[in-house]
Design a protein around this ligand. Structure first.
Ligand code: FAD
Length: 363
């Protein structure tokens, strides 16, 4: 029997009671209807790159999404619209769009997992996030049993979150995006480290292929691309989100603590299509985003840190990634995560929240 360790990039987790796989969208729709209605517990799994599964396994059905397909729809306002099957590997989709010279995904190169999962936590990296290009998702709502096309504006997309992460249950079967065709030119480079790597200024535009190459190189240097030869890549990527705290909490931290103002209205960042009016600029939120990596390091937990006897360790390249050094159990990973949370909380009074979805365990 296949265990969740075989299906997730952290490579921990026991067996599910039942595993079913959908290879076509018709199968996915049928299985989604079945598993969400039969009364047993269920879990949808894409690439397993943001799931930490319990050693005890899962008492229910795991529905694995292995559908493929990228359909080009009619352009609107000069934007290239794509409807993509939920199981399409995200990285293949990004490579395809960059090859076409379309802009919108180039900074999201190298993120593992499925396209259907991309709206779940509004994936983001190097100054881009899926909310900037997402138009809608096709979704079987488990509560109503209805199939709906939900516009991006109704998905509550924010920093590494959406209505799905906050409890709306169902199955995404396809995702629609709108990309920009600007003759192979990227979106404005908005991430300082990326601008430095490209040798350009913030706000500059460069060929999309250059952004993709730079992002892939930066990610590889941090163990943030899947690579069986790199022990630091057996992970869920960043294990903690950057904490968002009231301005007063941030003000009490040492002056060296990195901090960024937070946009209050994530929906305002959604791309308007057709006649939709441009969103107004968001007002100030009074919230500040902190660097989880900085807090962890300053709490005395460095790269490579490992608890005695544990098979899990902080990545040797990136403080935010918890990694399986080959023999880790989910319990090892959870113990390390709790230790990190406790140290940061004791040192700075800030609570770190896990980014991956925890299946059958809690911190
Ligand atoms: C090395 C590495 C680097 C990473 N870097 C980044 C990064 O830079 N930025 C970033 O945002 N993330 C990053 N991640 C996290 C992860 O890759 C993304 O969150 C990705 O979108 C998860 O996709 P998945 O298909 O693997 O999701 P899974 O782990 O399979 O599922 C994650 C969640 O989505 C739900 N889900 C999956 N598919 C569907 C569906 N079709 N319908 C409904 N629910 C669904 C699952 O039920 C679960 O709750 C990284 C991970 C790794 C391992």
């Amino acid at each position: 029997m296949t265990s969740l360790a075989d299906l997730t990039t952290m490579r921990v987790g026991g067996e599910p009671t039942r595993l079913v796989e959908a290879a076509t969208t018709d199968e996915l729709v049928e299985l989604a209807r079945e598993v969400t209605a039969d009364g047993d517990d269920w879990f949808v799994l894409g690439g397993g790159s943001n799931t930490l599964a319990a050693d005890e396994g899962f008492d229910g059905t795991v529905l694995r999404v292995a559908t493929r397909g990228v359909e080009r729809l009619d352009d609107v306002d000069g934007r290239v619209r794509l409807r993509v099957a939920a199981g399409e590997p995200w990285e293949d989709l990004v490579a395809h769009t960059v090859d076409q010279g379309w802009s919108g995904f180039e900074a999201l190169s190298g993120i593992p997992g499925s396209t259907g999962a991309s709206p779940i936590q509004n994936i983001g990296a190097y100054g881009q996030e899926v909310a900037q290009t997402l138009v809608s998702v096709d979704f079987l709502d488990a509560e109503t049993g209805e199939f709906v096309r939900v516009p991006a504006a109704n998905l509550g997309l924010g920093y590494r979150t959406s209505v799905f992460k906050r409890g709306r249950r169902g199955v995404v079967t396809a995702v629609e995006f709108a990309l920009v065709d600007d003759g192979g030119t990227s979106a404005q480079v908005s991430y300082p480290q990326l601008a430095t790597a490209l040798g350009v200024g913030l706000g500059d535009r460069v060929p999309v292929a250059d952004v993709r190459a730079s992002v892939l190189a930066l990610r590889a240097s941090k163990g943030m691309v899947l690579d069986p030869a790199d022990a630091d890549a057996t992970s869920c990527g960043s294990f903690f989100t950057n904490p968002i705290v009231p301005r007063q909490v941030a003000a009490a931290l040492p002056s060296a603590a990195p901090r960024w103002p937070v946009d209050p209205e994530p929906e305002a960042r959604v791309v308007p299509l057709g006649d939709a009016p441009a969103p107004p600029p968001p007002p100030s939120s009074g919230l500040v985003k902190l660097s989880a990596a900085w807090l962890i390091e300053q709490a005395g937990i460095g790269r490579g840190f490992r608890l005695p006897g544990s098979g899990a360790a902080i990545s040797s390249k990136h403080t935010l990634a918890l990694t399986n050094r080959g023999s880790a159990t989910a319990a090892d990973v959870a113990e390390l995560a709790r230790f990190v949370q406790q140290r940061v909380s004791a040192e700075f009074g800030v609570v770190l929240h896990p980014e991956p979805v925890l299946l059958g365990l809690s911190l």
